[in-house]
Design a protein around this ligand. Structure first.
Ligand code: DX5
Ligand code: ZN
Length: 215
């Protein structure tokens, strides 16, 4: 069954504890944490101290999405508070070395691609990945519209993962709602990130259910 990873960026931070509790009861599988540095993306979010507090309270694994320039400089710090740790192919680090380092710290490694990157560019790194994240919006902000160009990328990655006989999860992030979730899962996504769709819902339980079971 597809996994749901709510993007905390869209949460009400004053109410975070209650929202975490409610959504874990609704059956979410991990927590997606968007770290932005104002350089790699034109927005600034949160860093290690906020994630550390969430880690103390949340039961589901933490899926940390680094949108920072030259992420290899911060892998150690973030690995201490992450379960899945991902960074961008385009962010200026040695990709293979950074993926290996993440695994050495005991985290699941995740390589992320922006809408401008073709999946073939990362095929050689798949054996070092536990998960690949395909962005279906330009990284930086929640609440944007899903880009269908992400779908053939999922298909190509799924095929290549099979061809190389690997076990790599495929995650999609940006503009996911009940409809786009269906498209993404049909194209091969096994983990759905959703921010505004979940946190703006009146009934978050029904919303998670529509993502998981409305397929
Ligand atoms: C965008 C972030 C996303 C974002 C998703 O840069 O990586 O995780 O919060 O938000 P929605 O689901 O609203 O597009
Ligand atoms: Zn994200």
């Amino acid at each position: 069954m597809v996994k749901i990873s709510p993007s905390v960026l869209s949460a009400n931070f004053l109410d975070l504890k209650e929202q975490i509790e409610k959504l874990e009861q609704a059956g979410v599988d991990m927590w997606h944490l968007d770290v932005m540095d104002g350089i790699f993306v034109p927005n600034i979010s949160f860093g290690v101290p906020v994630i550390k507090s969430i880690k103390k309270y949340a039961k589901a694994p933490l899926d940390v999405h680094l949108m920072i320039d030259r992420p290899h400089r911060y892998i150690k710090e973030f690995a201490e508070v992450s379960d899945y740790l991902g960074f961008h192919y385009e962010a200026g680090s040695d990709v293979a070395a950074t993926l290996k380092e993440i695994r050495e710290y005991g985290c699941k490694s995740c390589l992320t691609i922006k809408p401008c990157t073709e999946p073939e560019e990362i095929f050689e790194f798949l054996p070092l990945c536990d998960m690949v994240l395909v962005m279906s919006v330009e990284p930086g902000f929640g609440g944007q519209k899903f880009m269908p160009s992400a779908l053939p990328k999922l298909e190509k990655l799924k095929e290549e993962i099979k061809r190389q006989n690997l076990n790599v999860e495929l995650e999609i992030d940006g503009g996911i709602n009940a409809e786009t979730a269906k498209l993404a899962v049909n194209a091969g996504a096994s983990v759905l990130v959703a921010g505004s769709f979940i946190f703006s819902a009146e009934d978050m339980n029904a919303c998670v259910d529509s993502l998981k079971n409305g397929l």
